[in-house]
Ligand binder design. Structure first.
Ligand code: ATP
Length: 364
């Protein structure tokens, strides 16, 4: 009997359940066909809708079940009209990152052939880099505790040695892996604002120290404003970028824009023991309930999950299924058929997801 892996599923709010359902069907199809692994799924309650019904956005039992699972798949949570009494939005995904200590936010930016990018790329250039965003501190450190008076508002940024060290080590491992696979050049770029803020000079000094231990890689630096410019003007120069939480939050949406929008951008939040995989987009209440959401970011996030479990548990079949899933999305996008409206097509969520599933089936 093949080894079975338990996936904790948060289908969330808005378009969350719409993009999650076909993704789970595809994972089920892959795992049922595999002789090497099985997946089981447990759907857990959380989110803005759950808060409105019960007064709890992320029940402790859901966190514990997620902690016990082999990986966590999350679609999107939150709703602009459902808020805590202090007016802030319900973002259990951030609470989950903190609860499970998921310090490395992995945001791949890959422009596959035929992708609806707004960039005009030179024929000899391709874009495939990964932004590693610190996800537990930085400017998000003071979330919910900022001080606001009539005339003055303060939020505090926090950078710690311990988190920065393990973040840079994560980026180093990723850059090595990409270089070994022939995807990356082995360059890690520190994105900061070390010319203005002491906290970022501290971040950079830790980056430099860690990179000195990896002489086979290339260490480089960019100020965040210049990095934003270069992501548009010459994005092929990047391989692995590592940065603070807020800078990463902003740059990852810029990255999503480069590859055709939020509907195409997958992500992972990874710690030493746990990992959450979710699309970069939110619950998109403006298009929820009408079946037109792009499911590709969710499907690509599921592919990242398969790859991560496969690497952690040494199951090469899961890693090759991850590659197949990504290639199937690339093929559907490249052929420009069955695309949802955000990519200029007219397909429904189900039609777009079915095209990916059909592509997978046609290979076997
Ligand atoms: P959050 O703060 O929760 O990340 P957000 O404010 O960034 O959310 P989203 O919910 O991601 O907002 O939506 C931003 C825009 O992108 C909306 O117009 C939405 O319709 C669109 N969008 C997001 N995800 C998708 C998707 N999967 N398919 C099509 N359009 C999407």
């Amino acid at each position: 009997m093949p080894e079975s892996y338990e996936i904790a599923v948060f289908e969330g709010d808005g378009i969350g359940p719409e993009v999650m359902a076909p993704t789970l069907e595809m994972l089920e199809m892959l795992s049922t066909a595999s002789a090497d692994y099985r997946l089981t799924f447990t759907t857990l309650p959380a989110g803005a809708g759950h808060y409105a019904r019960t007064g709890s956005a992320l029940p402790e039992a859901s966190v514990e079940a997620a902690r016990a699972a082999d990986a966590i798949l999350l679609s999107a949570m939150g709703h602009p009209e459902i808020r805590y009494p202090d007016g802030t939005e319900i973002v259990p995904q951030i609470d989950l990152r903190l609860a499970l200590d998921l310090f490395a936010g992995v945001r791949p930016v890959r422009i596959a052939p035929g992708s609806p990018t707004p960039l005009v790329l030179p024929a000899d250039k391709s874009v495939d880099f990964v932004l590693v965003r610190e996800s537990t501190e930085g400017l998000f450190h003071s979330r919910g505790t900022g001080e606001v008076t009539e005339d003055d508002a303060r939020e505090t940024l926090r950078i710690t040695r311990q988190t920065t060290e393990r973040l840079v080590r994560f980026a180093v491992r990723l850059a090595r892996h990409r270089k070994e696979q022939g995807i990356g050049s082995g360059q890690v770029t520190c994105i900061d604002k070390a010319n203005v803020f002491k906290a970022f000079a501290f971040f950079r000094s830790i980056f430099d120290k860690e990179m000195a231990l990896a002489p086979e890689l290339i260490a480089s630096h960019a100020y965040v404003d210049a990095a934003a410019l270069w992501m548009v003007q010459k994005p092929w120069m990047f391989d692995v970028m590592v940065t603070e939480n807020m800078f990463g939050d902003i740059l990852s949406d810029l990255g999503a824009g480069l590859m055709g929008g939020l509907g195409m951008a997958p992500s992972a939040d990874i710690g030493l023991e746990h990992a959450v995989f979710q699309p970069c987009h939110g619950s998109a209440p403006d298009i929820a309930g009408i079946g037109i959401a792009n499911p590709f970011a969710m499907i690509l996030s599921a592919a990242m999950m398969l790859d991560w479990i496969g690497a952690e548990r040494k199951v090469p079949a899961m890693q090759s299924d991850a590659a197949r899933l990504q290639a199937a999305v690339d093929a559907v996008v490249g052929e420009r058929r069955q695309l949802t409206s955000d990519l200029g097509g007219t397909a429904s969520t189900t039609e777009a997801a079915n095209a990916v599933a059909d592509h997978l089936r046609s290979e076997t």
